[in-house]
Write a protein that binds this ligand. Structure first.
Ligand code: C5P
Length: 399
């Protein structure tokens, strides 16, 4: 669930990456207000952060105009969480000694929110015993540290001191986010995601267009609502979500086997995978030469995994997806009934925006109690809304 995040930017070349960090935090539903040190403004302009965060940027402690807009105490109150990225050796030294000689340090002294430092500096500055002593002192006061990592540095040297990448920072934040109370807390949720691949030979396969982004985002959101999540995924190019049990499969038959194996523990099943409806009748572990292949391909029907689930006893609460190019509502309601699901989440694909491979989606949920519309938004924020809705609906059914 979105938090009010105060993002502090201190002086370092990694500040340019924090522009992307703000964008990603907002995509995850967070409200971000940026405070910059004077040195940070030499690397990126406050206007950039204003445009990307959608809020004025705090730069000065003793400036009447900015204190009138949002003073350091209001900023300290606004923050449910403070993240300083990049955190330079200088800001850490100042914080370690309780200085309040600019807006960022003053806010840090005034806030009761947890403060996380994401350091970025030359590896020699990082290893300097003075920096290390400051860090130890800050940790004693409850500051947490994400990173740094080892790698090539902007100065041309190599070592420990690189700032975590924006997506890694977001992942750290997600894994420590408070777990929301929900009827899903403690429930076992099985989610299928991504496409399946149906091999013809060692090289060739048939598959469906699917990035897996929606299923993975649902897994993360369900975990944050306190569920135990098993994510059964076809081949995708996505990082493994934290605190989620990931089972990797290739084919529809493998996906079905993995689902059956986990079903006895499953309270809720979400079928977000784009399962291939057919597989080649025969396949080979060696590569066919072109002249061994024919221009027609004999296919066999794959099992319907959702139907396997809804026939299982005890039957889990079952949610499916319907990606349609036309007559979305008609197809969705037909599938809801035919496949005996509790809920179906439908979206139109083939439009300029949304659906397959896209980062955004527009969906409607159908159940026997009606229809709920969710407007176009990033799949990551949509996932939280869908999981919240599913939790509430599931909770109401159980009463
Ligand atoms: O492909 P179709 O539109 O029928 O998919 C609707 C739902 O059924 C989706 O949730 C999908 O994951 C699931 N499905 C399945 N096994 C199949 C085909 C689809 O579980 N073989």
């Amino acid at each position: 669930m979105g938090q009010s995040i105060l993002l502090g930017i201190s002086g370092g070349i990694a500040a340019y990456k924090s522009v992307d960090l703000v964008r990603r935090l907002r995509e995850h539903g967070h409200i971000v207000r940026v405070v910059m040190t004077q040195a940070a403004q030499s690397f990126v302009t406050p206007l950039t952060f204003q445009a990307i965060s959608g809020h004025p940027v705090g730069c000065n402690l003793l400036d009447a105009a900015s204190e009138a807009a949002m003073d350091h105490i209001s900023l300290a109150r606004f923050a449910e969480r403070v993240i300083i990225a990049p955190a330079s050796a200088n800001i850490m030294a100042r914080l370690a000694h309780g200085m309040a000689n600019d807006l960022l340090t003053s806010v840090c002294l005034a806030t009761t929110a947890p403060i996380t430092l994401v350091p970025a500096m030359n590896h020699r500055m990082w290893h300097n015993p003075i920096t290390q002593a400051n860090i130890a002192r800050l940790q004693q006061f409850g500051f947490t540290l994400w990173g740094p990592t080892e790698g090539a540095q902007a100065c041309g040297e190599y070592g420990l001191g690189r700032m975590l990448e924006p997506e890694e920072i977001v992942r750290c934040l997600e894994s420590t986010a408070p777990i929301m109370t929900s009827p899903l807390a403690g429930k076992n949720i099985i989610i299928t995601a991504g496409p399946t691949r149906e091999p013809l030979d060692a090289i060739r396969f048939i598959s469906n267009r699917s990035s897996g982004k929606m299923g993975y985002a649902l897994a993360v959101a369900a975990q944050h609502y306190g569920a135990h999540v098993t994510l059964i995924s076809g081949p995708v190019a996505l990082p493994q979500p934290n605190h989620v049990r990931l089972v990797k499969v290739e084919t529809a038959l493998e996906m079905q086997q993995a689902v059956i194996q986990h079903l006895p523990q499953g309270d809720i099943f979400i079928g977000a995978a784009a399962v291939a409806d057919f597989r080649p009748e025969t396949s080979s572990t060696h590569k066919y030469a072109k002249d061994e292949l024919s221009t027609t391909l004999a296919l066999t029907l794959n099992p319907d995994i959702i139907e396997t689930v809804t026939q299982f006893l005890p039957r889990p609460f079952t949610i499916g997806f319907a990606a349609q190019t036309h007559d979305v509502k008609l197809h969705a309601i037909r599938k809801l009934t035919e496949k005996n699901m509790d809920v179906i989440i439908a979206n139109q694909v083939g439009l300029a925006e949304g659906g397959f491979d896209s980062d955004v989606n527009t969906v409607d949920i159908y159940s026997r109690d009606g229809q709920t519309h969710f407007p176009c938004q990033p799949k990551t924020t949509l996932a939280y809304q869908l999981i919240k809705w599913i939790g509430d609906y599931y909770g109401a059914q159980k009463i």
